[in-house]
Design a protein around this ligand. Sequence first.
Ligand code: SF4
Length: 69
Amino acid sequence: MPDGKPAGVRCVQLGPDERCMIFGRADRPAVCGSLRPSEEMCGNSRDHAMVWLERMEAHTAPDHNGGLI
Ligand code: SF4
């Protein structure tokens, strides 16, 4: 994704098994490698992780007003 991955858009490198297809390769974006998952982020289900991600996307959106969602 040469112009970056917009929030809410599935990464082209995410395979049908929900795994990164370029994991471990040098061309994997540095930001991906720097992400440190946590229990707070991942929870115990995909649904929990998706809610957390959606909140992070909302909080880091350019037009976010700084309030809680
Ligand atoms: S780790 Fe990065 S490159 Fe891999 S699927 Fe996720 S966003 Fe895409």
